[in-house]
Design a protein around this ligand. Structure first.
Ligand code: AMP
Length: 428
């Protein structure tokens, strides 16, 4: 069911409290704070610009990093207010605290079309505890609640969930709408062939997604360390590769499910292997590629997929009409172990006929580093959130927003009984 969006709400002259995800990387050099990647700020521009254009009084709130519940000047959102102002080409006001008299005054003195950013929500421990008193204080700052932070929608925090109970008008932003469209509708009814590529460290993190996607996909490609737990399930040697012995049974079940549904499941047929890896220094001992079908020898660990595997992926990826990719194919952080991930980024980007959807930090980084991001149909801003969403779990930050139909029904009842909307204080 489609969620109510900002376009369904009359916002002119109203204080609209928007949860955004401005958790951007910031470097501090000689006392200067520099935002090294403003992708997340840019991603929220459509929502903010739309609200500004329609005469809303926009109050933005976000977390930044992990300040552990107390103020930390290095994790202040002030530099973000400056960058946002630059991107919007208009003044963005800043409040030194996200609650209290100062924040309330700043919010209440906003004029139509003005924008205020609140200081880091996580300077207060109550935010992550979803404390009702804190949520109520946040709710003082707005009349309408908007959630546009998909990346934190799987957490029930004050700003993502609790606050919504104190504001009768609620909607999602345009970025959140896009996330739900691509991860929801596009993947629920994919154009076929639908090819899924999953990588990363752990089967345990992704087994539910694998299970769900096995009901949808035509081809499932598994790379990264995860693949070697599947090797164990096939009785193959894995040497010192990173595996989860307690997930072998699950991997076996997934292999059986793929076979019984006639889904092509591709595992690496060759790998880049090394004897030693130093994660801190980001280096490995000299490595080599295994021969196709060679198992991982004793004393060696697989750290990337090999050329024969990439060759096997080429055909399904070129033929795909929908591609979903999450997770790196190897130890992407270390040079020499990143070739498979970059090659996959290229193959996904090369297919211009497919709807391509990419989520998860490392796959997204690979696309950005190789300058291919603009060739992807949609890049999700949520790692953990996108996985939980694909598992079919209700995300608290989304559940708290009414469906379009639900809103229409409520409005019809209110119209029939002559009642206006009332503030809800009930937990869901
Ligand atoms: P995830 O957060 O589950 O997407 O996993 C990402 C992590 O998986 C990255 O830090 C990679 O270094 C790691 N990874 C991918 N492939 C391997 C591998 N073959 N061996 C060890 N770690 C890997």
């Amino acid at each position: 069911m489609a969620k109510r969006t900002i376009l369904d709400v009359e916002v002119r002259g109203k204080r609209v409290l928007v949860r955004v995800d401005f958790n951007v990387p910031i470097e501090h050099v000689d006392g200067d704070a520099r935002i090294t990647d403003d992708t997340r700020i840019r991603a929220t521009l459509p929502t903010v610009q739309n609200l500004v254009k329609r005469g809303a009084r926009v109050v933005l709130m976000s977390h930044l990093g992990r300040p552990k519940g107390k103020p930390d000047p290095k994790l202040s959102l002030r530099p973000v207010a400056d960058r946002l102002g630059y991107l919007l080409q208009k003044r963005v006001r800043f409040s030194d605290d996200c609650i209290g008299a100062g924040a309330e005054n700043s919010a209440k003195s906003l004029q139509d079309g003005e924008v205020l950013l609140l200081e880091n929500l996580r300077f207060h421990p109550e935010e992550e505890k979803n404390d009702p008193a804190f949520s109520r204080q946040l709710a003082q700052l707005g009349e309408i609640y908007v959630n546009d932070a998909f990346g934190t929608a799987h957490r029930a925090h004050s700003s993502t969930e609790g606050v919504a109970h104190f504001l009768a008008e609620r909607a999602i932003g345009l970025l959140m709408e896009k996330e739900l469209h691509f991860l929801g509708e596009e993947l629920a009814h994919p154009a076929r062939p639908f090819v899924v590529i999953l990588g990363g460290a752990k089967v345990s993190d992704k087994i539910r997604v694998i299970d769900r996607l096995l009901a949808k996909a035509d081809v499932l490609i598994i790379g990264g360390a995860m693949a070697y737990t599947f090797y164990l399930a096939q009785g193959k040697a894995v040497g010192k590769s990173l595996v989860e012995p307690d997930r072998v049974e699950m991997a076996r079940l997934a292999l059986n499910k793929a076979a019984s549904r006639g889904i092509e499941l591709l595992l690496p047929v060759d790998s880049y292997i090394v004897e030693h890896i130093d994660f801190e220094r980001r280096q490995t001992s000299p490595g080599r590629y295994t021969q196709p079908a060679e198992e991982i020898p004793d004393g060696w660990r697989a750290v990337d997929i090999g050329p024969a595997t990439l060759a096997a992926m080429k055909r399904p990826l070129a033929a795909a009409r929908t591609i979903f990719w999450n997770g790196p194919m190897g130890v992407f952080e270390i040079r020499g172990c990143d070739k498979g991930t970059f090659a996959v980024a290229e193959m996904v980007a090369e297919n211009r006929d497919a709807v391509s959807i990419v989520g998860g930090g490392d796959s997204v980084k690979a696309l950005h580093r190789s300058g291919l991001a603009d060739r992807i149909t949609f890049i999700s801003t949520g790692g953990g959130a996108s996985l939980e969403f694909l598992e079919g779990k209700p995300l608290p930050g989304i559940s708290v927003i009414p469906d379009k139909a639900e809103e229409e029904a409520k409005a019809a009842i209110a119209h029939a009984t002559g009642e206006g909307p009332t503030e809800s204080f009930l937990p869901t």
